[in-house]
Design a protein around this ligand. Sequence first.
Ligand code: SAH
Length: 345
Amino acid sequence: MKTDIKSLTLAELQSQLAQMGQSSFRAGQVYAWLHRGAVTFGEMTDLPKALRESLDERYEITAAQVVRKQASQQDGTVKYLWRLSDGNCVETVLMRYRYGNSVCISSEVGCPMGCAFCASTLGGLVRRLRPSEMLDQVLFTQLDAGQPISHIVLMGIGEPLDNLDTVLRFLALVNSPQGMNIGMRHISLSTCGLVPKIRQLAEKKLQLTLSVSLHAPNDEIRNTIMPVNRAYHVEALLAACRDYARMTGRRISFEYAMIRGVNDSPACARLLLKRLRGMPAHVNLIPLNEVAESPLKPSSRQTIRQFQQILADGGLPVTVRRSLGGDIDAACGQLRRKTAVTASQ
Ligand code: SAH
């Protein structure tokens, strides 16, 4: 089996090429080509032909192929469905903001977490992605868009902390100055709350933004919508978040999908306020995006405003997320490999 060359860091590539008798200068050239989107060694025209051939014998270069691309008529959001080398597909969403272009990327094919409101988990987990396959989503979106990507959110299909080693390697690749050079402060990672992994990530002291999908202020409600809560209760999750904020110096962003009659009462808002008190936190209220297979409905605008007001009055920074790409099913929780593949056939 050939080695997946784009999953290697520059240092690893240098040491592997050194074993082939090549200088670190050559490794740097190869790395630069890969991170500019070269898909064959033949394209690397400033390398000697013999080297290109021996690289081709040893290494595989991953590439994501566009199966389907949908552009929102409302806001310029673009949803890509990519085919990976083994035929599996994942989705990436490009969002255009005043501050730059942001991509929402997937970390797994499917998702094992089973949240009641989310389309990505309906078929369970198919497999985890490789570092190169995460990088390719950013790289090929940038090439297709013809504009630089400046921000990344790990909020697409999958649970990034279920695939932590891969995600860490991806972060090193995308952040590397010889690669796409996207700053950690421009990257957000969203988790449903895998407590031991949050603690492991904290040790790395990365300057990325950790988003935690809280969605409920107590176990009673959270247990009914997020199976992960039965393993890691709200109290344990918030304790890990407090430690994370202390260790990294970064405030935590809590995501809270507003679900009609489930988690949107004034009492929920007051309890949330109480539980987050003293923690450097920001709450992002997301009007639930409807998913055909789920009976859950979004809260009314008035309910959301009232909930927001209670948090704001209590001194908690709170925003309501603007939903992008609603007309192309690209909004939070609507990405779903199976539907997309079927529709593209
Ligand atoms: N597994 C990670 C990241 C992917 S989900 C996580 O759970 O955080 C990205 C965000 O979208 C999460 O906050 C998730 O809870 C939210 N989400 C999922 N389905 C949604 C829906 N139907 N409406 C609004 N937000 C949703």
